[in-house]
Design a protein around this ligand. Structure first.
Ligand code: TYM
Length: 325
């Protein structure tokens, strides 16, 4: 299968991004042809600092590599380096109903969050995302729950293109992780963990051991004392149990047994330790890659060249079908 996924290089990538998306990619790259993108054109639809963008792109690449994405197996590249993304987005925009775009939850949320930055790029964001996916004729898209609606729209757009102009595109399926598709905020476990929120609400993949310890110890818990998985009654502890379970491959039932009779404090201390150890390679890789810019840029250049070959061939077909040549 051809698989495509991406992450916005907005800085502060967190364990939600990792557990919801990247962790799935590692397993998928073994048996599939994977294309993993750093979607800088999406990152500029919300307020950002141009001077920080290149640093954030390199940081996102460091995360992909530290997590175990193998540039020999998978294609890793930066979206804006392959111009066909923007071209296909324009063409797909001509068959995307405005009504569909205005239904998108992420557009509504981001427009509320950045009231004086509601731009056409933000509105068209899902069309560019459909272009990302369809340009590579991808069959599946591993993402967290919040991106499911966008992948469904990409399916709708693919169907419509095929119907109007002739079949080119597969209809891409969403791959959601069984557990971890929506990691919740540490300070408000009813909201999803998000990089645009208070830093205390998320564990960044590069957080120092001290910060991880502090954030976990002060994470919102629930009334009562027991370590029990129950999302409605104990959303805070359940979210922490989910994180613990995903990082240790122990089920939440096993963890309930392990922490029977222990309090929230003991459980949180143990979780902080698990996180600190788990994220150690990320901190190490970040330091190492900070001094190896040339190596990282070389990976991205090679990735872009490989991506371009597929993208250019799809665009040739698209232009023909649409009567542009
Ligand atoms: P982005 O950068 O917001 O998030 C990257 C990935 O992380 C997942 N994610 C989460 N998963 C679980 N719990 C959370 N709290 C959490 N927060 C984020 C997201 O679902 C996503 O999989 N539009 C996309 C990027 C994109 C893309 C694409 C993805 C652009 N083009 C094509 C797939 C295919 C985005 O903003 O992701």
């Amino acid at each position: 299968m051809r698989i495509f996924s991406g992450i916005r290089p907005t800085g502060g990538l967190h364990i939600g991004n990792y557990l919801g998306a990247i962790k799935q990619w590692i397993a998928l790259q073994e048996k599939n042809e994977c294309v993993f993108c750093i979607v800088d054109l999406h990152a500029i639809t919300t307020p950002y600092e141009p001077k920080e963008l290149q640093k954030n792109i390199l940081e996102a690449t460091a995360i992909y590599l530290a997590a175990g994405i193998d540039p020999e197996k998978s294609i890793i590249f930066v979206q804006s380096e392959v111009k066909e993304h923007a071209e296909l987005a324009w063409l797909l925009g001509t068959i995307t109903p405005m009504g569909e775009l205005s239904r998108m939850t992420q557009f509504k949320e981001k427009s509320k969050q950045h009231k004086d930055y509601i731009n056409a790029g933000l509105f068209n964001y899902p069309v560019l995302m459909a272009a990302d996916i369809l340009l590579y004729k991808s069959q599946a898209v591993p993402v967290g729950k919040d991106q499911e609606q966008h992948v469904e729209l990409a399916r709708t757009i693919a169907k419509k293109f095929n119907l109007n102009f002739g079949k080119i595109f597969p209809e891409p399926e969403t791959i959601l992780p069984k557990v971890g598709a929506k990691i919740m905020s540490l300070t408000d476990p009813k909201k999803k963990m998000s990089k645009s929120d208070d830093p205390k609400s998320c564990i960044s993949l590069f957080d120092s051991p001290e910060d991880i310890q502090k954030k976990i110890m002060s994470a919102e818990t629930d009334s009562g004392k027991e370590i029990i998985y129950n999302v409605t009654k104990k959303p805070g502890i359940s979210n922490l149990l989910t994180i613990y379970s995903l990082l240790t491959d122990k089920s939440t039932q096993e963890l309930e047994k392990q922490f029977k009779g222990k309090g929230y404090g003991d459980f949180k201390k143990a979780l902080a330790k698990v996180l600190i150890d788990y994220l150690e390679p990320f901190r190490r890789k970040q330091k190492e890659l900070q001094t190896r810019d040339v190596y990282v840029k070389d990976i991205l250049n090679k990735g872009a060249s490989r991506a371009r070959i597929i993208a250019q061939s799809t665009m040739q077909e698209v232009r023909e079908k649409m009567g542009l040549i």
